[in-house]
Design a protein around this ligand. Structure first.
Ligand code: ZN
Length: 432
């Protein structure tokens, strides 16, 4: 029995396609062999037990791909939601709450489960890491901005302008955290296109999104917390998805901890109609996702390039778990937000409303049985409550660029970033 020790890696990365084992350098995203796109997966040394933190996220360090841990980082809170279950017609509904809800012990700093992945990704990095380039619809950027500020890890975050609403923190961002805002009509997909180019700048590196094992295993701690609370795996797991990274991570984690013969939870992934690319892909309806005439309530669910066909990706985990993709509309999601707040007394994020509404629909349709042991992942909540509890400061963008459209946009943004970086370097030189 050995312990998770700083600086040593107690895991190996294994390719989901060819099975090649890779030693991790803290940044590796892909297998070096030529084949279909495939996720790397972590395989943990079974003899390692957690060391260091006795509570919170990093209590699970033996099942996280990290070489360092951070103290006092909250973990998901899992509780039996009996009243909410009764309203839905479920006898065994449990909630995993990720957000700010002090009475329940939930205190994720940016109010979504993206905090779990941000700290895990930072804990995975080598000493003297490159600048991590991260595109986001908002929640991921907020989580990384704050975790990187607290730990002085250099990051370049790219977000569309509406994401700024969510970029409010207890203190100003550290100067090593650079926030690039795309003004005008830019979307999450545009931010992704820019980040692809920015990651090629010298000293910069793509964080990798769903390809980063730190993200998936960090989000998988929801299943670790649930298994502890339930004493077993849930039968059905319900979560709103954009890329599906969280659901994939939860599925991988369930596979690591299940006892012999235990069934993997059925994954019910939920999207917000009319923009539901994973729903379309899974049903293979051939319909192109609808565009902007109806804005989805949950912007964070609008990833146009989710990892569907990649080996180990959404299609594989849906098949392996006997899962399904559901969708619901804005009206039902809004009603679900109100229901949760009425029953539980805390606000939740639009994405979590999409998950709750989809679950309610599935119960009504008989797709989920009354006596099923269901875990509903509330992926974000308590933002209004946090704003009431704490004074928060809006983040200052490092650079704002009017979005000129996808043709020219990424190149223009990359040039401006390069110019800013060179300018900053000159200022430092002159100051000496
Ligand atoms: Zn491979």
């Amino acid at each position: 029995m050995s312990r998770v020790r700083p600086g040593t890696r107690h895991y190996t990365l294994v390719c989901s396609s060819c099975g090649t084992r890779h030693e991790d350098d803290g940044l590796l995203l892909d297998c070096s062999h030529r084949h279909e796109p495939a996720f790397l997966r972590t395989e943990y040394d079974p003899d390692v037990v957690p060391g260091g933190e006795s509570a919170g996220l990093f209590r699970h360090a033996s099942l996280l791909p990290v070489v360092r841990t951070f103290p006092d980082i909250a973990a998901p809170v899992v509780y039996p939601a009996e009243r909410l279950g009764r309203r839905l017609g479920l006898d065994r509904l449990w909630v995993a709450f990720n957000g700010h809800w002090p009475e329940r012990g939930a205190r994720l700093p940016t109010c979504t489960f993206k905090d779990l992945e941000a700290y895990t990704v930072l804990g995975r990095l080598p000493v003297d890491p490159p600048v991590l380039v991260i595109p986001s619809a908002g929640n991921t950027a907020a989580a990384f901005a704050w975790a990187a500020t607290e730990n002085r890890v250099p990051c370049l975050l790219v977000v569309p302008a509406p994401a700024l609403e969510r970029m409010r923190f207890p203190a100003p961002l550290d100067p090593c955290v650079r926030l690039v805002v795309l003004d005008g009509t830019a979307t999450y997909s545009d931010a992704i296109a820019c980040a692809d180019l920015l990651a090629r700048l010298p000293g910069h590196h793509a964080e990798g999104g769903s390809r980063n094992v730190g993200r998936r295993d960090g989000l998988g701690t929801v299943m670790l917390a649930a298994a502890e609370a339930l004493g077993r795996l849930p039968q059905t797991y319900v979560q709103a998805v954009g890329s599906g990274t969280g659901a994939i991570g939860v599925h991988e984690t369930a596979g690591r901890i299940r006892v012999a013969g235990e069934r993997l939870p059925r994954l019910l992934m939920c999207q917000n109609a009319p923009f539901a690319p994973l729903y379309e892909a899974w049903r293979a309806t051939g319909q192109a996702p609808a565009h902007r005439e109806h804005e989805p309530l949950a912007r964070e669910l609008t990833n146009r390039r989710p990892p569907f066909t990649v080996r180990g990706g959404v299609r594989d985990v849906l098949s392996e778990s006997g899962g399904d993709v559901l969708r619901t509309d804005n009206e039902s999601a809004l009603a679900a937000l109100a229901l949760f707040e009425e029953v539980e007394g805390i606000d939740i994020e639009p994405g979590a409303g999409v998950a709750l509404a989809s679950l309610a629909d599935a119960v009504r349709a008989g797709q989920v049985g009354r006596d099923e042991l269901v875990l509903l992942n509330i992926t974000g909540g308590g933002r209004a409550r946090q704003a009431h509890d704490l004074p928060l400061i809006p983040a200052e963008p490092w650079l704002r660029v009017p979005w000129p459209g996808l043709d020219q946009g990424p190149r223009i943004v990359a040039e401006q970033v390069e110019r800013e970086l060179t300018g900053a370097a000159n200022v430092v030189t002159e100051g000496r």
